[in-house]
Design a protein around this ligand. Structure first.
Ligand code: D5M
Ligand code: FE
Ligand code: ZN
Length: 571
């Protein structure tokens, strides 16, 4: 019942301070009292109002028969929009000091209007990576000097690094995390609960390492806390209020709470605009009734890492879409020749000679029946034959270790985490001695450089949900994934997620490289020492992509050559 009362005030954008809340609770029919009080407050107002105990007293006074009627001294007081209670009373004094934010006395955290130096969700100040062309007639090489995109000082100083990967002495391919073998689900509801429980606890552990969240309260406990509150919750819902503030509903194991972010608190509001459903978030704020006025929204975050030395190169591919009539076979053959050291100028051949690893991050083949009328665009209409062709092409690559992970066009389970492409579909590929298969997502160590590989299906959800995010700027989304420490937080939209007993999509270890694909558009940025790379495609624009106005960057292959990113063009 008290929740209903609170929700009524939330809907009306009225914050209750504690004395008001206590007084309302004491009323005989608190719900009815609430309704008539809200009615009296009137709607709409320009801003959120704070209801104090004094204002409730005043309302009670005014409601008494006879009282207030003879207060009029002939002056007609004009209605005060910020103080609707005073409309019925010419003695507005006790009420008039308690209205809209910001008001230091009634709004305890007036410092929320100041930019907070410990903010964990950061404004993206992405500066474009500068590109230098080393044009060549055969192929083109671009060295991309990534400018750092983050402000170093913001989160690192309140962060205790967790599990940072150390420079491993290991050589060769080490599969650090692969969910293929662990993945199982019987689709029961209890798995669903276990899945979100696993997500919550993994991320809560990370959040509790933050200075401001060392001893968070449970939501249930909040009722007894007057002052600053710190909670860790999973986001149930995020929406705009009538007056364009942000209302975030969070949940922990003890209950739910509504968190309000005021639109005039600009930097915090920007953070709130990047909040998505089902992420796990730390909230610091002040309690007003059961509503929390946020002063900080805190992400699990990613610490800055030291870049490791590398004396070799790794090549990033994805979305080859073999089997599609739009697969660019000629360009791909040039790529194969280059990686084998038989194509390109001297410099490019030298890069090729450094290459030890090739990662293919999903959509190796075009698959069958992935979208309506796809068969019209297929040159190979049999999934087995598509993988045979893939095996023929990748089989031409010598002396390079290849790692293949699935995408949404590949055979096998579609729900993420996707186990490795099953051998029954890709027998010939499995026969190749230099090919290893892993899940999507997975973490592999390549001579000690840890690469987190994720196809990127959740980019569709971010592009759809968050202002300023799109398929054209996946680097911004990748930064957000790292800060949220989750590869696909939004449940139930475009990214199918399997409710496993454990959430394998949590980014438990900070990688040296985050490699994604899916959007068919190359991107590269460096963020906190981490290389963020999207490897584009070898498929020209499809009819489907025409509808969505997706302009792919075709046959442009990123190569991390001894620590420096270069793009080689084969079209
Ligand atoms: O994805 C190829 C491109 O199409 C990529 O940019 C994402 C985009 N895409 C994929 N599915 C959708 C939907 N349902 N809506 C909008 N855009 C989409 P691929 O995985 O290769 O098909
Ligand atoms: Fe694709
Ligand atoms: Zn895809």
């Amino acid at each position: 019942m008290y929740e209903t009362i609170i929700n009524k005030f939330v809907e009306a954008e009225v914050l209750l301070d504690d004395t008001a809340y206590q007084k309302i609770k004491k009323q005989e029919d608190a719900l009815k009292f609430t309704e008539s009080l809200i009615h009296r407050l009137g709607l709409p107002r320009e801003d959120i109002m704070i209801l104090t105990g004094e204002m409730v007293e005043q309302y009670l006074e005014d409601s008494k028969p006879g009282i207030g009627e003879d207060n009029s001294k002939g002056e007609s007081s004009s209605p005060n929009i910020n103080n609707p209670l005073s409309e019925s009373s010419t003695q507005a004094a006790p009420i008039s000091s308690a209205e809209s934010i910001p008001e230091p006395d009634s709004f305890a955290t007036d410092n929320t209007l100041e930019p907070d130096p410990f903010r964990a969700i950061k404004t993206s100040t992405a500066s474009q990576a500068t590109e230098t062309d080393n044009a060549n007639h055969a192929t083109e090489t671009e060295t991309i000097q990534a400018t750092e995109t983050d402000n170093i000082t913001t989160t690192t100083d309140d962060y205790e690094p967790i599990h940072q990967s150390k420079l491993s002495e290991s050589h060769g391919v080490e599969i650090i995390k692969d969910s293929s073998r662990k993945s199982y689900t019987n689709g029961e509801i209890k798995d669903f609960t276990a899945y979100f429980g696993s997500r919550y606890h993994k991320l809560r552990d990370m959040l509790q390492r933050k200075k401001d969240l060392k001893s968070p309260q449970s939501i249930q406990e909040l009722e007894n806390i007057q002052d600053v509150v710190n909670i860790i919750g999973m986001v149930n819902d995020v929406r705009n209020t009538k007056n364009s503030h942000k209302l975030i509903e969070v949940e922990d194991e003890t209950g739910t709470a509504s968190v309000l972010v005021h639109k005039e608190n600009h930097s915090l509001f920007e953070d709130a605009e990047r909040v998505v459903k089902d992420e796990v978030l730390g909230v610091v704020g002040t309690r007003k009734g059961s509503l929390i006025m946020a002063s900080q929204l805190i992400n699990p975050g990613t610490p800055r890492i030291d870049e490791k030395e590398m004396d070799f190169s790794m090549v990033f591919l994805s979305d080859t879409h073999i089997g599609s009539s739009t697969f660019q076979g000629d360009a791909f053959n040039r790529f194969i020749k280059w990686i084998n050291g038989e194509f390109g100028d001297e410099k490019q051949q030298e890069i090729a000679s450094n290459v030890r690893y090739l990662i293919v991050a999903g959509d190796i083949v075009d698959g069958i029946g992935v979208y309506p009328h796809q068969d019209k665009e297929l040159i190979i209409k049999d999934i087995y034959k598509q993988y045979e062709e893939a095996a023929r092409l990748f089989g031409e690559i010598d002396d390079v270790q290849i790692i293949i992970t699935p995408g949404n066009h590949d055979a096998g389970r579609l729900a993420e985490p996707q186990p490795a492409i099953p051998e029954e579909y890709a027998g010939d590929l499995y026969k190749l001695k230099n090919v290893k298969f892993a899940s999507n997502p997975c973490m592999v160590g390549l001579d000690g450089i840890n690469v987190l590989i994720y196809h990127g299906r959740s980019f569709d959800d971010f592009a759809m949900t968050i202002k300023g995010m799109s398929h054209q700027n996946t680097d911004i989304i990748m930064k957000e994934l790292l800060e949220k420490r989750h590869l696909a937080p939004i449940y139930g939209e475009r990214t199918p997620l399997a409710s496993e007993v454990e959430d394998h999509m949590v980014i438990e270890e900070v990688p040296d490289v985050l490699h994604t694909g899916h959007v068919h558009i190359n991107s590269y940025k460096k963020y906190k020492g981490i290389h963020l790379v999207n490897s584009g495609t070898f498929q020209s624009q499809t009819e489907f992509q025409k509808i969505y106005n997706i302009m792919p960057t075709v046959a442009q292959v990123p190569v991390l050559n001894q620590g420096t990113m270069k793009i080689l063009k084969f079209n």
